[in-house]
Design a protein around this ligand. Structure first.
Ligand code: PEP
Ligand code: MN
Length: 364
């Protein structure tokens, strides 16, 4: 994918330490609630105070935020606690209101990133705005191009203080997460657009507060730039996302327990060891590829043989046997069965493809 994003480095957001932390309630409920939370986090290393003003709710008749009225509360927090403030915007009218109240950070929610029309409308209303940080959450479904496209629209409108927020993806499968992290998607974003700062939102990935510390640490280990953590002085009573918010005290613990690792080290012994291990990986990968190639030539022979004997390419019993047996063998070698199953699905798919080609060629 050819990505065209010209953004300024995270230092332009007014920080040079990691992680860049955004904390505050899911929703702005009352001025008193906002003050209590701001008071609770004021001595922590929090870079931005967040609160949702317009809340995208899955079903109607839930609390949908206090709208423009609570922009004033955010603006009061900014003045009183001298902290930058931010909220979610979903359309051009939201952008205009938020700019009127001089908010510092605006983010586009997962349900809005999916819509190129909404994204373009907001990009147009932000044209020429240079001093705000604009963050784009991943779309609800796992489509990297849509996430990148949303950022490109903003970038083409001149937004340079631009970043991504990873908040996990909706999937039909049940899991312990509210939204599956599918880490390879933000990592692929990092690979193809390394200039884009990435913030992890463990709150919306987890959906429950006991998983937040682990997800935050994982994000730091993967070299993400920051964290957005929903924080409430009385989480159980929160008007939205009550299960996933943490108290300011807990936020303090999570942040102070984080291990921030560097991407490299000057220690020569470490460098040598790492080089050595990477050589081993390179050799093992070569062996893996040689084995796959050898396997494929046997697959081709079987294909010819099936063709000569008028037998179908796909035999369900054999496939079933392979899947079960490989997962079992892998398990004995300490490999997760889901991992082994996934690999063999891919191998089998390619084998079937190859044998189908053989059938076609010899039939022609
Ligand atoms: C939020 O940050 O409160 C929110 C609604 O998040 P998301 O867009 O990730 O669901
Ligand atoms: Mn929320």
């Amino acid at each position: 994918m050819n990505v065209n994003l010209n953004v300024s480095p995270i230092e332009s957001w007014g920080t040079n330490s990691k992680p860049f932390v955004i904390a505050g309630p899911c929703s702005a409920e009352t001025p008193e609630q906002m003050r209590a939370i701001a008071e609770g986090i004021k001595d922590l290393k929090v870079n931005v105070f967040r609160a949702g003003v317009w809340k995208p709710r899955t079903r109607p008749n839930s609390f949908e935020g206090s709208g423009a009225e609570s922009l004033q509360w955010l603006s009061d927090i900014k003045k009183e606690f001298k902290i930058p403030v931010g909220t979610e915007v979903a359309n051009a009218a939201h952008v205009e209101e938020a700019l009127k109240y001089d908010l510092d950070v605006l983010w586009i929610g997962a349900r809005t990133t999916v819509s190129p029309f909404s994204m373009q409308e907001m990009a147009d209303s932000l044209r020429g705005v240079k001093d705000k940080i604009i963050l784009v959450k991943n779309p609800t479904h796992p489509e990297l191009a849509l996430w990148i496209g949303a950022m490109e629209r903003l970038n083409q409108a001149g937004i340079e203080k631009l970043g991504a927020i990873h908040r996990g993806f909706s999937t039909y499968d049940k899991s312990k997460y509210r939204n599956q992290p599918i880490w390879q998607i933000p990592l692929e974003l990092r690979r193809i657009a390394p200039q884009i700062p990435i913030i992890c939102d463990p709150s919306h990935i987890a959906g429950r507060r006991d998983l937040i510390a682990d997800i935050s640490q994982k994000a730091m280990d993967l070299n993400f730039d920051g964290l957005m953590i929903e924080t409430h002085h009385c989480p159980e009573k929160a008007w939205s996302d009550a299960d996933q918010q943490v108290t300011p005290e807990r936020l303090g613990e999570i942040l102070s327990e984080l291990k921030i690792r560097t991407t490299s080290s000057d220690n020569q012994f470490f460098i040598d060891q790492l080089e050595d291990l990477r050589r081993k990986i390179d050799n093992l990968d070569r062996e893996l590829l040689e084995t796959l190639a050898a396997r494929m030539s046997v697959v081709e022979k079987i294909g010819e043989y099936k063709k000569e004997n008028n037998v179908t390419t796909f035999q369900v019993n054999r496939w079933d046997e392979i899947m079960k047996n490989r997962a079992e063998i892998g398990k004995k070698m300490n490999l997760a069965p889901e991992y082994v199953t996934e690999i063999f699905k891919t191998i089998h798919e390619e084998s079937v493809k190859k044998q189908s080609e053989i059938m076609k060629v010899t039939e022609a």
